[in-house]
Design a protein. Structure first.
Length: 228
């Protein structure tokens, strides 16, 4: 069985991989090494704001001897320029966000294949942000928060048939909504601490149930690993 590496946007995604995804993968009988690598920026810190940073981060992993399965966990929100991902301008020809993301995932794959032909790269861009997963079950996920916070999240969820559709406009992105909800309750939303706590309380099974696009990615990775 091949190993699995996640190239992730930042520290929140890395914690999500470490505390939520890796334990789940092992419950599925996988006996491989699984690890996350945050995209490292040239000036320090982590984030996906320049395609070269992505290239610099993934290139060493592409050269691992055992040819591991490699995937990505980056947000569609603010992936909004050719500098971040060549092909962005062409993606705007598509009216639907899902089609734009699918196109950008193909461009991400092109970037990797231009580094070196690679059979086991599975590009994944989260619609719209990783934080959208936190809306999967507000009753459980926000159980430790105030009723005001929980009810505000519930009201947002009522507006969408699929929480993955909670939009990524400047102020409508899931993380922006959570920032505003917590601020209105006199608190500060801490992406890493609060976000992972909410994900753990929600549970991966509920996230998979409520987020079909995310579920398809996870199941694809498990299937590939079991086949190798």
């Amino acid at each position: 069985m091949k190993d699995l590496y996640f190239i992730v946007e930042g520290e929140t995604e890395l914690e999500f991989v470490n505390k939520i995804l890796i334990p789940y993968f092992y419950t599925k009988g996988l006996k491989c090494h699984i690890q996350g690598y945050p995209i490292t920026m040239s000036g320090g810190g982590h984030g996906f704001n320049n395609i070269q940073h992505f290239v610099n981060t993934i290139t060493p992993v592409l050269n691992y001897n055992n040819e591991p399965v490699i995937t990505t966990l980056v947000d569609y929100f603010q992936l909004n320029s050719e500098r971040k991902l060549p092909g962005y301008n062409d993606s705007l020809q598509y009216a639907l966000t899902d089609d734009r993301i699918k196109f950008l995932e193909s461009k991400l794959n092109d970037i990797v294949q231009n580094i070196t032909p690679y059979r086991f790269f599975i590009p994944y861009i989260q619609k719209h942000e990783m934080e959208t997963l936190l809306f999967s079950d507000p009753e459980e996920g926000f159980d430790l928060e105030s009723e005001k916070i929980k009810n505000s999240v519930l009201e947002i969820c009522k507006q969408y048939d699929n929480v993955e559709d909670i939009n990524g406009s400047e102020h409508g992105a899931p993380s922006k909504r959570l920032n505003a909800i917590y601020k209105a309750d006199g608190k500060k939303y801490e992406k890493i601490i609060d976000g992972i706590d909410i994900a753990e309380l929600t549970g991966i099974e509920k996230i998979l149930e409520k987020c079909p696009r995310f579920k398809n990615w996870i199941e694809t990775l498990i299937d590939i690993l079991k086949q190798t």
